[in-house]
Design a protein around this ligand. Structure first.
Ligand code: PFF
Ligand code: NA
Length: 436
């Protein structure tokens, strides 16, 4: 069995983790969720969830991964708590299933890149979405997206994931920043900004029980928590890295990209009368944006830039989802990475076919994963870190840390008490909103 790989640099790890975090969740879901849930008022709830629950939970995954130097399943066993590897198993299944859905949407993005070049969606954006989102074209683009994902993961942690994200993540930043500046010159820009961020507290007050679980679920999803991605990625990390410093960089950059995405999307939509979707079903973002791109000056070029950003963001996330089962099988069996990644990727591609034929399943996935599975998975990790393996893991946070012992003491108590209580409350609300 060949020696386990490590990231070649600290920046390599940070960019890979940012690549995982920044994805369809930031650019496709976040702006619409914010706009339809009370703008800045929703943003406050979301930011609290990201920084007060997501960030400490991410550090929890980091200490498990770096301490054990193992994938999400073996990590628990090698720390001496084999019974808990069920939690990692949940992550392997969760990332497998998530990738099957994620890749279908990644396929849509490919079709919209082609459509931006050829102008195919300009005539009838609604019909274009119908043609590419479900049926043979969707199956084909989903397969292409999976092939790209497999290709990168098969090349390895440093030659594949690290090398790819080192190019993709800076490109995402430059492109999305450039687009935000460009669209600020459009006619509807200021109306777009105020629609996006106007704090409508009454929306939140009217539906607190529905909005809190979706903000928390969105926070976990966007930070790639719960499925063992951050365990796997931090398992390739050296002892001299400061986990709290790296974690804060990842969380801050991820939040900035999400915010920037809104500064691109809403000026575009408001440049056109009536382009703003009332509520965001899976496809509304695509149809609404495509119809705006077909009408604004320079729309085809802006569209191309936007969908290229979306592809880079989706791909740098999908590789992290495939890395979870791949690292599990490679660590466990000693099989070569290349055939393992190919074999698992083909299985994921097959599992995604029903969704590529009928997108209705996507809504169901969203409800169950955001309201139930993600909070539950993060809760299990918090309990493990805080109450089961507490001493060795609290010590791990201090290694290489620039934040001092007081930080790790507060963090441990936070993980023990605050996070379980907060997630417990969220779960109750989430279950309630699933039932009504
Ligand atoms: N964070 C990614 C996004 O926001 O699109 C999606 C994701 C990747 C979720 C990896 C979970 C995960 F484990
Ligand atoms: Na990404």
């Amino acid at each position: 069995m060949s020696e386990r790989e490590t990231w070649t640099s600290r920046v390599g790890f940070i960019l890979a983790a940012v690549g995982s975090a920044v994805g369809l969740g930031n650019i496709w879901s976040f702006p619409f969720q914010t706009a339809s849930n009370g703008g800045a008022a929703f943003l406050v709830v979301y930011l609290l969830a990201v920084f007060l629950i997501g960030f400490p939970a991410m550090l929890g995954e980091f200490v498990i991964g770096r301490r054990s130097e193992q994938n999400a399943v073996e990590a628990f066993r090698s720390l001496g708590f084999g019974e808990w590897s069920v939690a990692g198993g949940l992550g392997v299944v969760g990332s497998f299933v998530t990738l099957a859905f994620y890749s279908v949407v990644g396929g849509w993005v490919l079709s919209y890149i082609v459509g931006s070049v050829t102008g195919a969606y300009l005539g009838d954006p609604g019909a274009y979405f119908g043609a590419v989102s479900a049926g043979p074209i969707a199956v084909a683009t989903h397969a292409v997206f999976m092939a790209l994902t497999i290709g990168i993961v098969a090349l390895g942690v440093t030659d594949g994931i690290e090398r790819a994200t080192k190019v993709m993540v800076p490109a995402i930043f430059v492109l999305i920043g450039g687009l935000a500046v460009w669209v600020s010159t459009l006619d509807g820009a200021s109306d777009g900004y105020s629609y996006y961020l106007s704090p409508d507290v009454s929306v939140i007050a009217g539906d607190l029980a529905g909005i809190v679980p979706s903000a928390v679920g969105q926070a976990f999803f966007t930070l790639s928590l719960g499925f063992g991605v951050m365990i796997a990625y931090s398992s390739y990390l050296g002892r001299d890295d400061s986990l709290p410093a790296d974690g804060s960089a990842i969380v801050v950059v991820n939040t900035l990209v999400a915010l920037l995405a809104g500064f691109v999307v809403f000026p575009v939509l408001f440049a056109i009368e009536g382009a703003v979707p009332e509520s965001g079903g899976a496809g509304t973002a695509f149809t609404a944006l495509a119809s705006a791109f077909s009408q604004i000056p320079g729309g085809q070029a802006i569209g191309l830039g936007f969908f290229v950003v979306l592809l880079l963001a989706a791909l740098s996330s999908s590789i992290s989802l495939l890395e979870v089962p791949t690292s599990f099988v490679v660590d466990r069996t000693g099989y070569d990475r290349t055939p393992t990644a190919v074999g698992l990727g083909v299985l994921v591609a097959i599992a995604g076919v029903p969704t590529a034929l009928d997108t209705g399943i996507l809504g169901w996935y969203n409800d169950v994963v955001f309201n139930l599975l993600l909070p539950l998975a993060v809760l299990v990790i918090a309990v493990f870190v805080g109450w089961v393996a507490d001493d060795q893991l609290a010590e791990e946070l201090d290694l290489g840390s620039s934040f001092g012992d007081d930080f790790s003491t507060v963090w441990l108590w936070w993980i023990r008490i605050v996070i379980p209580v907060a997630i417990g409350g969220t779960l109750l609300l989430g279950i309630q909103s699933l039932l009504v």
